[in-house]
Design a protein around this ligand. Structure first.
Ligand code: FCB
Length: 463
């Protein structure tokens, strides 16, 4: 499956149309100082009005699958009660357009745009939000279940919990490590409840999973202290999701690491069983590896503030905020993220070892670069071609080593609203001129189209 991925708030725009109410990202982006130069998703890349053109583009690029998210406040504006017909109609029309173009839709139910009213009622730290999420999942399942076969509940719950409620660099911008841990638990619970709601609404052929941004954590040295730093980040970055969702329990070391913050009494006895629902696949999102040590060491790598998750002065790493994050040497993208495809290979192989029966999808992988339209109107992005090439090679190697990877979704189809970076970072295979909304496939899009059509990794230009 050769796909590309997007998310509602990053591309749709039409923020106040057809009954949609504000999500936490509308509120956050309209709060001065939160997003680069005050950028918002009000218009974004106007996908809400241009989706037919965008599906045509996908078809031209030979995509066989498209992963998008449903905006919760567009289909259920207050986060409660019946669905808004116009909101559902938009997604039905999008899906029909995709199916007519021979492109398989993959729906993500939650890519970070919580209805503001639910945040006002307590947000993810509050248990009722998990229940609200399941009800919303059921509504969308009922509306699209006849035509969508692939579903993910949450996208990167780590970001929702720890960037949203811990470091505050994402909406809703709270900086409370206990709230972040509570949010993490209610995201796990919400995932489980939503899987139950989807199973009740969907035909048996539907596949249901979740997309996690698993951290490929590497210790800077082999000392006991550095190995323990890596263990702690693995606990609060990865196993906090893998444990409940796939094994039915939180890891014990996580409870010990966070004991000075909370006794976890917000977890009820039956929650673990609810969070652990049989899944049809695990979606892996990967961009860069994570290099950590227990203490800063002079002269060894450069240290990244706030664990490499951008500014603010508050750590997202609840219970592990003393761990030091390092910038690995070598090439970086425009995000400052190091380019290292071995991290993707290692991650896919770890999942294969630990969960041998769970099929995998790479649901996000890609890179931002400073792309510009050339004098002849084309956009040449050799670094992105090289990035994708190396990462697809890594996926291929993982498949050859036994990983059951069913598909790959490039992040992203279009340049878009990159959260707190606004429109300053371009991840698209297709360039967007934000003043005119003109779409121009970059060289990487043409390269990916050749790959999607032939199934063969083309030679790297100049290699
Ligand atoms: C991921 C997000 C996605 C996009 C990429 C660059 O963490 O899921 O929306 O912002 O990073």
């Amino acid at each position: 499956m050769w796909g590309a991925a997007t998310a509602a708030y990053q591309i749709e725009g039409a923020a106040r149309e057809d009954g949609r109410t504000p999500s936490i990202w509308d509120t956050f982006s309209h709060t001065p100082g939160k997003v680069f130069e005050g950028h918002t998703g009000d218009v974004a890349v106007d996908h809400y009005h241009r989706f037919r053109e965008d599906v045509r583009l996908m078809k031209e690029l030979g995509l066989t699958a498209y992963r998008f998210s449903v905006s919760w406040p567009r289909v259920q504006p207050t986060g409660r009660g019946p669905a808004v017909q116009k909101g559902l109609d938009f997604y039905r029309a999008l899906v029909d357009e995709l199916l007519a173009a021979g492109i398989r839709p993959a729906v993500t139910l939650y890519h970070w745009d919580l209805p503001q009213e639910l945040e006002d009622a307590g947000g993810w730290p509050h248990r009722a939000t998990a229940e609200r999420f399941a009800a919303y999942a059921g509504l969308v399942g009922d509306a699209l279940g006849d035509r969508v076969d692939r579903w993910t509940t949450l996208n990167e719950p780590w970001c929702s919990a720890f960037l949203g409620y811990g470091s505050g660099v994402h909406a809703p911008g709270r900086t409370d490590p206990v709230a972040a841990l509570r949010a993490a638990h209610h995201l796990n619970l919400g995932h489980g409840l939503a899987v139950q709601a989807l199973r009740a609404a969907l035909p048996a052929r539907a596949e249901v999973g979740v997309s996690l941004n698993l951290h490929q954590v590497r210790p800077l040295t082999g000392t006991t202290e550095d190995l323990d730093a890596a263990r702690r980040i693995d606990a609060v970055g990865n196993r906090i999701w893998l444990g409940p969702m796939l094994e039915g329990a939180y890891p014990e070391d996580l409870a010990a690491d966070t004991a000075r913050l909370t006794d976890w009494s917000f977890v009820r006895p039956a929650d673990a069983a609810t969070a652990q629902q049989a899944l049809d696949f695990l979606g892996v999102n990967y961009y860069t590896p994570t290099l950590v040590s227990a203490v800063a060491r002079v002269g060894v790598g450069s240290v990244m503030a706030d664990g490499g998750h951008g500014g603010g002065g508050h750590s997202p790493w609840a219970g592990a905020d003393d761990v030091v994050f390092h910038q690995p040497p070598g090439e970086r993208t425009a995000m400052g993220w190091s380019v290292d495809a071995s991290g993707l290979y290692d991650l896919l192989m770890r999942m294969t070892r630990e969960y041998p029966d769970l099929p995998l999808y790479v649901t996000e992988n890609g890179a931002a670069y400073e792309d510009a339209v050339g004098p002849d109107g084309s956009v040449d992005d050799p670094e992105r071609v090289a990035y994708l090439h190396r990462h697809l090679e890594a996926v291929h190697r993982a498949v050859e080593s036994g990983a059951d990877v069913r598909g790959y979704f490039l992040w992203s189809l279009l340049d878009n609203f990159e959260w707190s970076y606004g429109y300053a970072k371009r991840f698209g295979a297709v360039h967007v001129d934000y003043a005119t909304q003109t779409r121009t496939p970059k060289a990487s899009a043409h390269w990916y189209a050749r790959l999607a059509r032939s199934g063969v990794l083309p030679d790297l230009p100049g290699a």
